[in-house]
Structure formats: C-alpha cells, structure tokens
Design a protein around this ligand. Structure first.
Ligand code: BGC
Length: 743
C-alpha cells in the first residue's frame, strides 16, 4: 500500500501537488487519488479542489462519446460506447462518421430479446462478463446499455434491444448483466429511463400513464438494475412524461430514481435528449451528451460549449441564478462514476474477440432460440439421413449485425445462418440455397459496410417459382426470414407499420408449404410477427438477432446438437388488435400523446383478461424432449402476513434426450379488492435434466411479490386472502396449481 502510494505520486507528477492547495501532504497522495480511501471521502476531496469552471466542464460532452475530466488534477475523461450487444466501432471526435480504426471490430452478442428468451440468469452473467471485458479492453468507461423498456407494442422498432414484456423477467435478467459488466470497472448505463416504448415521435410524445402501471410494469426492471445490480449510471429517455422531457424529469429522476431508490450514480442524457438549461439543472440530469445545438436536426461542429449544461449553466451560476449546492451534487455523481471506472487502477485488463467471447455468444444464442412449433417432429433434422435440404430466404445470407441504429456493430466475424448450416452439414447432407424474396440489400450503417452484394434482379414471382422448384426437389426445407434491421423492420428511430411479415414472405412460405410438407420456418427478428401460415409449416423457430455466432447457434438447434430451451419473453398475438394498446387505439403514430390506456394489462396480462388465445403465449417454448410436472406443493397453506410462501414441484424429463426446462411460477390473487391480472410471473428456474431424471424446484414467494401498487396511498399493499400459485411450462400451459392463504 505504501509502495502503491509512492508510485501513484510520482506518476502523477508535481503539478498536482503544487496547485491543489489544502489537504495535500508532501510526499503523500491526496485523498482523492488514494484508492484505499472511502469513495465518499475521495469525492469530497476532489470536489473541494475543483474550480467552478472545472465543475461545469465535467457535466457535458466534449466529443460525440466522451466528456472531460480535470486534467489539472489528473482526473481523466469518461468514454462511453454503445451498447448493448457489442462495442460500437470508433467514430470521429466530432462526427458520426467512422474513425477508420482497424482494431475496433468486436464480437456481437445476441440481441437482448434473445438473452431474455434464455430465461437463464446464468446466461445473463455470462453475457455481462463477456461484453464488459470487450468494453474494458477497448478502454471504455460507460457501456450504453442494457435496455429494459417494457414490450408494450409489437410495433416498437427497438424491442430487440430490450428484455420483453414482463417486469419480473426483465428484472431478474438485467441484474447479473449489470453486476458482471461493472466487475470490469466499466459502468452500465441502463436505458432508456423510462416509458420509452415506441420510436415514432420519440422526441415528442408525452407518455400518460397511471401511477400503478408505472410502478408495477414500467419501473421494476430499472429499480432492480439500480438497487440489486448497483448500476453506476442511467440514461434518460427522449420522450416526455408529465409534460417534461425524461432527461430532465423532476418526478422520475429526482423523485423516484435518486430519491426513492437512493441512486448515487450519474444520469446521462440520451444523445440530443436535453432541451432546456433550467430544467437540466434542477431536474436531475448530470451529464449532457449529443445535443444538437442547431435545433433538433443535426450537429454543428464543436458546439460543446453551447450545451445546456455548459456555458449557459456557467452563466447561471455566476449570476447566482443557479445554486452551487445542486452543481456539487451533480459533480459528486460524476466523480463517483469516474472513480468507479476511468480512475479505477485495479480493474482487470479485459479482452477482445477471445474464443471465450465467441463461445459465450454461441451458447447464449442457441439457448435463446425458441421452438414454437414442432408438428410431426420435423425437428431436429437428422443430418445422417437428411439427403438434400433446401435453405430459402434472405435472412439466411444477410449479415444482421450491421443496422438497427445505435446498436449497430462492426464485427470481426459473423456466421450467417446459411454458413452455419453448411458447416454443420459438411460431408453429411447436401445443402442448396434459393433467395425466395428480396428485402433489404443495403448492408450499411453509419459508415460500416457488410461488403455483401445482395443485389437481385429476379421478379417477386420468379423468386417464388425458383424457391418452390428447389423445395419440391428436396427432402426438407428450411425457410429463414423474418425482419431485418432496416427502417421500420426492427430499427431505432422508426416503428413497424404492422404485425405482418414484409416483402411478401407470407406468400413464399405458403408456396413452400404446398411444395414440401417437411418445412421449417426460422424467424430472425426482435419482435412478434403475424403467421397466417402457422398451420401449414411443420416446424417454427424464433431465432432472434443472434450476433456473431447466429448461424452456428441456429445449426446447433436445427440438427439437434442443442436441445432448444428458449421461452418467449413476450406474447405473439394472433393479430395486432389482440394487444391491449392496439385494441384500445392507444398507439397513435400521429399523436404527441401516448396514453397507456391498457394500464397494467400489457402482453399476457391483457390476453388473459380478455381471454383471447395468442398465437404463441408468453413463456412458450418447446423442447425435443417432454417434461412432466408433479403436483405443486405449498409448505404451509396458511401463512401469516409478512412471511414467505414456499412452492415446490417435481419436474421429470420423460423423453429420450437430455434437455432444459424453464419451470415458471405465476401467482393470481383470488379475491383482491382491486382489479388484478389473472396471474403474474413471480418465479422461474431453468433446470437441466437427463432422460428419466427428476428434480424438485422450490420457489420462495416473498410478501413483496404479492403486492399491488396503490396509487392513492402512493405505496405497495399486501392484502390478506387467498392466492393461487400456478406452475407450468408457459403462461398458457399451466400444469399444476396450489392455493395458499395470507392471514
Ligand atoms: C440512442 C441511445 C444511444 C445513443 C448513443 C441514441 O440515439 O437512443 O440508445 O446509446 O444514441 O449512440
């Protein structure tokens, strides 16, 4: 320790010690530089040494992705990166164009919908560790992710960056990601706080949401990321709530996040999400990024001094209009963030594109794939007797890591579905390919180009005819389509126009089904899609945007190397009107008001209330084996108010192959005084079972899990009475239930 101090002192040089004034002892290290001192003591020490100008300087960007430190004190800059699926390539200092580095290619991890579909907290930890190591290696301090906005409508262009429709699932999945990233001395920046549930009019719409819905549905995952994950930064959203932009929102930032939840980190604005100096000062924003100072359309060069939290703030401080107390609170938060990340000399070194990261990407991608349908056991395909397999569809050959907005990546390597299938089938089966349809051929985002030539001159009908001809002369057909990351197809800044598949894919699939009954449809998307052909295809897989290893992961599942165990993190409605927001006309792309009329009835909560049968239910996902459930048992059927409830069930692998099952626990309040959902997810556990093996799964239900939010009292309420614990394989496949009473 003594040696460390002297090394630090000599490294930092004399300037620090001469200019700092009080608190400095010759030949010793100032408190703020001493990593053995308590964080708050370091923060106070650094704060006491900073001039007014230095304090304001750390509160806004100095480039597209960095903010200034305090060079005089040896306090470094903060560097941010997108997030949330890989480390974004470097852009120029003051432009969005590529910096042209040759060492900034990364591993793309699967989209967060895929991670959520694993329903496996261990996978979330694996993900966080790997992406955190990549961020650290690239010397980033803040990873702009993960995103946990709730899946309210299947039209939201950014659903693929989030963790589904259920607050409990998203909460459990976000925590390990946050913890593991931050072990690398890299902060997460949980986004977009909050109520950012559509892209249309994302800078304009005011979310009108009742308090109960806010607290029960839209806030829990953020709360878990902050309180259980210990997130060091949070990103404000673009839209408004209570008439105020969410990057400077009194109620949510000062009231809920910093007040109720005790968040001690920094609130970072979304890029261009700051609109007003006075509000930015008083309403909880700490660091301003990406402001478009010539209005809201684009950036003029080097305008950082004109940012709302730059010169205008300084002027307000100098004139006495703004208080130094509020300023110091912001600076403390930024200092904490810097000490935890950029100035942490004890963090590991990280690594980039390591075999372990590719292995993690592949494991998560394959574990997230959901087997939606498997009639006639068309899957897995046995390669040794497969003969000739026709692969049809643009998504089989299209690189998906480029596009989609700020989560777009420059990968070192991406295995497309066709490449994965070819590699797996080599020497075993014949693979033939046809395009089937033409979707997006651009293959570029923000200066990164895939280099793929996807040009195609055949007509729509010719493409279908050629695909059908190939399908008829093959033993099995794998259609690989879905959405892509071009505008209006799972992409930032635009929503989808409808639930249907684009580019006449429905027509292609139906034609293929007629040509060959052994048809498997693979969807690559981050959203639910309509499937008018669902009855015609033997097998249907949802494979998400799988990242660098998407092709290998898909092949693992198609050919049975991996037994699928993913479960849907959101409902696939049969039609758009079966979704609450759409049923009530509460998604209006023309309006500046988004009234969340469906309230707490999001996803399966709505489907169950209305008793509509979804196409595929929340939590649904099949396996190549069968699982049998025993009777759910409650240790004590009558429980005193405030005590935990324990629910156990035996689950057996009754099939012939090893597999993993996600055992799901839902709770319904049988006689509530308020309107409550039929049931809500309150527990899940992924277990691995060999054929014939049985495991007992035990869930602990805490009193908090049984509560509802009482808007008039402004708090959570646990009502005594009878509850039912439903245990099953999906929200629509409940195998056993047991009642218990809270006294
Ligand atoms: C997005 C953020 C992203 C930021 C920086 C914004 O447009 O909404 O999610 O982190 O840009 O690229």
């Amino acid at each position: 320790m003594i040696m460390k101090k002297s090394i630090l002192a000599s490294l930092l040089g004399a300037a620090v010690f001469v200019s700092c004034g009080q608190n400095v002892q010759k030949n010793d290290v100032p408190v703020y530089l001493d990593e053995d001192s308590p964080l708050e003591a370091r923060v106070e020490d650094a704060l006491s040494r900073m001039t007014l100008e230095e304090k304001v300087r750390v509160l806004h960007a100095q480039s597209k992705f960095s903010s200034a430190g305090v060079p005089r004190l040896g306090i470094p800059e903060l560097w941010c990166t997108d997030g949330p699926h890989g480390i974004r390539p470097e852009v120029l200092w003051d432009e969005w164009d590529q910096a042209g580095w040759t060492n900034d290619s990364c591993v793309a991890f699967p989209a967060l919908t895929c991670l959520a579909a694993t329903w496996n907290e261990d996978m979330s930890a694996v993900y966080g560790k790997a992406i955190g190591e990549e961020a650290r290696y690239r010397e980033k301090d803040v990873l702009l992710g993960p995103g946990v906005n709730i899946y309210r409508t299947p039209l939201n262009g950014r659903n693929f960056e989030y963790m589904g429709e259920d607050p409990f699932l998203a909460s459990r999945m976000v925590v390990p990601y946050v913890r593991e990233v931050q072990k690398n001395g890299v902060a997460v920046c949980v986004k977009h706080f909050a109520l950012n549930n559509q892209e249309t009019k994302r800078h304009e719409y005011d979310a009108v949401v009742d308090d109960r819905t806010l607290h029960e549905i839209y806030l829990p995952a953020f709360k878990a990321a902050v309180q259980e994950g210990g997130a060091w930064s949070v990103m404000g959203a673009y839209n408004l709530y209570k008439g105020q932009h969410l990057c400077h929102n009194e109620y949510l930032l000062n009231g809920v996040l910093k007040g109720d939840w005790g968040f001690d980190g920094a609130v970072i604005s979304d890029w261009g999400g700051t609109h007003d100096t006075a509000e930015a000062i008083t309403n909880g924003l700490d660091i301003e990024f990406g402001t478009w100072t010539n209005g809201l359309s684009g950036a003029t060069s080097n305008t950082y001094d004109s940012y709302y939290l730059a010169d205008p703030y300084l002027a307000a401080l100098r004139s006495g209009e703004a208080s130094t107390e509020v300023l110091d609170d912001k600076v403390r938060r930024v200092l904490r963030l810097i000490f935890r990340t950029a100035m942490n000399t004890r963090k590991p070194f990280g690594s980039l594109c390591s075999p372990e990261h590719y292995a993690a990407a592949r494991e998560i991608a394959s574990e997230g794939i959901v087997l939606l349908k498997n009639e006639g056991e068309v899957l897995p395909i046995d390669l040794s007797s497969a003969g000739r397999i026709a692969v049809i569809g643009e998504n089989a050959i299209k690189m998906m890591t480029v596009g989609g907005g700020s989560s777009s990546l420059k990968v070192q390597h991406e295995c497309t579905p066709l490449e994965g299938i070819l590699a797996a089938a080599e020497g075993k089966a014949e693979i033939v390919y046809e395009r089937g349809y033409v979707g997006d051929v651009s293959g570029r985002y923000n200066g990164v180009v895939t280099g793929q030539d996807l040009s195609e001159s055949r007509s729509e009908q010719q493409l279908i005819d050629d695909a059908v001809a190939l399908a008829s002369s093959s033993d099995a057909v794998i259609f690989i389509g879905g959405l892509n990351k071009s505008a209006h197809q799972d992409c930032e800044d635009s929503d989808r126009y409808g639930l249907g598949l684009p580019y006449a894919q429905d027509k292609v699939i139906s034609a293929l089904a007629k040509a060959n009954p052994r048809l498997v449809v693979v969807l690559i998307s981050g959203n639910a899609v309509a499937m008018p052909w669902a009855g015609e295809a033997g097998g249907i897989l949802e494979a998400w945007f799988g990242g660098s290893e998407s092709g290998n992961a898909l092949a693992d599942v198609l050919f049975g190397k991996v037994n699928p165990s993913g479960k849907l993190p959101f409902t696939f409605p049969a039609k758009l009107e079966d979704n609450g927001a759409h049923a009530l006309g509460a998604y209006d792309p023309e309006s500046d008001i988004a009234e969340y009329k469906e309230g707490i009835y999001v996803g399966y909560r709505w489907a169950e209330k209305m008793q509509t049968e979804p196409l595929f239910a929340f939590g649904h996902g099949l396996s190549y084996t069968e699982f049998e459930y025993g009777e759910a048992v409650c240790l004590r059927k009558t429980v005193r108010h405030g005590a935990d409830v324990t629910v156990s069930v035996d689950v057996t692998n009754a099939g012939k192959v090893a597999g993993k099952e996600v055992v799901q626990l839902y709770i319904g309040d049988d006689n509530s005084s308020v309107d409550r959902p039929v049931k809500e997810l309150k527990g899940f556990r992924k277990i691995a079972l060999e054929p014939g093996e049985t495991q007992t799964v035990t869930f602990t239900v805490t009193p908090d899990m049984l509560k509802y939010y009482d808007s008039s009292a402004g708090g959570w309420v646990l009502e005594p009475g009878t509850f039912t614990a439903y245990v099953g394989s999906s929200s629509a496949d409940i195998r056993t239930s047991v009642r218990f009473e809270i006294k």
